[in-house]
Design a protein around this ligand. Structure first.
Ligand code: FAD
Length: 457
């Protein structure tokens, strides 16, 4: 009886899972394995919102495998040691997994290849599972990655896509392979009750609903903060509970301006993956240095604390920060405004903001979080690195009725429409009655400091 192991990582699904199909094709029995890797814990990635969502994903994966005659084997420990043990216990000669992109994922893959190799077990890492187009599969002449989005998008759009794979009907797991308990969301302390339920089943339902409805209006509404009219598929994509290839294929087949705009946004995800694959140090270092001498925890302690708490005195920024804390998720426009305010108006190091986001975001991911932060800070791939988003003008434009601000900043609930993005224009008595803080800094002052720092004054 031949046995293969499938190590699940950022691909917690049964549909469109090439490593699982490869294992099923070559072996009589398959061990679907998830390792609660002590290395991930040590790196500080195991924050409550993502742990809770992960628990749902694992529970759902186990349920789906059981319906197919199998089960999920969950173990804890250092990943290489655990995978070696499992392979030895069940006599597997091959381990399949999805190729990773981050520095951590690559080191894990190398260590697995070496560690398993010593035991005579081969590792097969499958490309194009965690992204629709594998990093490195579309490169410009003379470089290992695209540094600008638009030409990447053109190339990415023109590539043939592989067919989406169905979920297998049956998965036979060898008897006697020991597994620990599947983590449960209720055991995770500190996760928001507003967090959506995770897992492939919920992800597929959300995708189907999105394709039936919201996608058609995406082009007009995706930047409308109050409408909240984006797919909210990001945590499902982060954990691989839905397949990016499948989402792109089904959205493309849907057609129309909304679907086109949505697919373009999904391409941003792959774009960032291929940048980070080529430049893993972009997770922590400037992709393009602007020779910034950022303000830090030491030099801007109070301003950073006010930003984190959603008390900057700029309503749309505060609404964004409060949504992030309350939901573990924030609208893309809100993320942009909060990040621009920290890096450009307060001139604080983007890494401080990125860490705070990673501590809270349910979709928080080193690739998209760090590279979006760098984009906003002007140290990344933005072709206009010195642009500064004005939170008042942006608030009026993307939240014209003030409904988004009122939803998250209740102090301003009764402020008239014309003042909700500029509460400092209320009379002193009216403003005092709201209890809402005065602006932390004048926008003009922040702008002057930033321009000076970038040598633009
Ligand atoms: P939709 O608008 O429905 O878009 C569909 C999908 O496209 C998203 O789920 C996502 O996978 C992808 N996508 C959309 N916009 C972007 C983008 N700018 N970059 C990369 N992928 C994109 N996204 C993350 O997945 N993880 C993060 O940690 C993360 N951190 C961010 C930090 C900052 C400062 C900023 C400005 C953006 C960040 N984003 C991150 C990108 C974006 O904000 C989210 O992907 C999006 O808001 C998720 O909501 P949605 O699923 O409803 O998106």
């Amino acid at each position: 009886m031949s046995v293969a192991v499938v190590l699940f990582t950022s691909d917690l699904r049964l549909h469109d899972h090439p490593p699982l199909w490869a294992a099923l094709a070559e072996a009589d029995e398959v061990v679907p394995l998830f390792v609660r890797d002590t290395g991930v814990r040590a790196a500080g990635f195991d924050v409550p919102h993502r742990e809770a969502f992960l628990a749902d994903c694992l529970t759902d994966l186990d349920d789906s495998l059981r319906r197919r005659g199998g089960r999920l084997v969950v173990r804890a420990g250092p990943v290489v040691r655990v995978v070696r043990e499992v392979a030895a216990e069940c006599g597997a000669s091959r381990v399949h997994l999805s190729a990773g992109v981050t520095g951590y994922a690559r080191r894990r893959e190398e260590a697995l290849r070496a560690g398993l190799g010593e035991a005579g077990v081969t590792l097969h890492a499958h490309d194009g599972v965690v992204t629709a187009v594998a990093p490195g599969a579309a490169t410009p002449t003379g470089s290992d990655h695209y540094a600008v989005f638009t030409p990447y998008f053109r190339r990415w759009s023109g590539r043939p896509r592989r067919d989406t794979l169905a979920a297998p009907r049956a998965v036979r797991v060898p008897e006697g392979v020991r597994g620990g308990p599947i983590p449960a969301r209720r055991d995770v302390a500190g996760a928001s009750p507003r967090l959506p339920e995770g897992g492939e089943t919920r992800g597929r339902e959300r995708l189907a609903r999105w394709l039936r409805g919201g996608i058609s209006a995406y082009e007009e509404l995706h930047d409308d903060l109050a409408a909240d009219a984006t797919s909210r598929l990001s945590p499902f994509l982060h954990f691989g509970a839905v397949s990016p290839t499948e989402v792109v294929s089904r959205a493309s087949a849907h057609g129309g301006a909304g679907a086109e705009a949505f697919v373009r946004q999904l391409c941003w995800r792959d774009f960032h993956y291929q940048v980070l694959a080529a430049r893993p140090d972009a997770a922590t270092r400037d992709y393009r240095t602007r020779h910034d001498r950022w303000r830090s925890e030491e030099t801007a302690e109070e301003e950073i604390a006010a930003w984190r708490a959603g008390l900057t005195g700029y309503p749309v920024v505060d609404a964004a920060m409060r949504q992030l804390a309350a939901e573990g998720w924030a609208h893309n426009r809100a993320r942009l405004l909060a990040a621009s305010f920290l890096t450009k108006t307060l001139y604080v190091d983007w890494r401080i903001g990125a860490r705070h986001f990673l501590d809270l975001l349910v979709d928080g991911d080193v690739v998209n979080n760090q590279l979006n932060w760098q984009w906003v800070a002007g140290t990344g791939t933005d072709t206009r690195p010195n642009r500064v988003l004005n939170p008042v003008a942006q608030g009026k434009r993307f939240d014209p009725s003030g409904a988004y601000v009122r939803r998250w900043v209740p102090e301003l609930a009764d402020v008239p429409d014309g003042r909700v993005h500029e509460p400092w224009r209320l009379s002193d008595a009216e403003r005092a009655a709201t209890g809402y803080p005065a602006p932390l800094v004048e926008l003009a002052e922040g702008l002057a400091r930033f321009r000076h720092a970038r040598g633009r004054d």
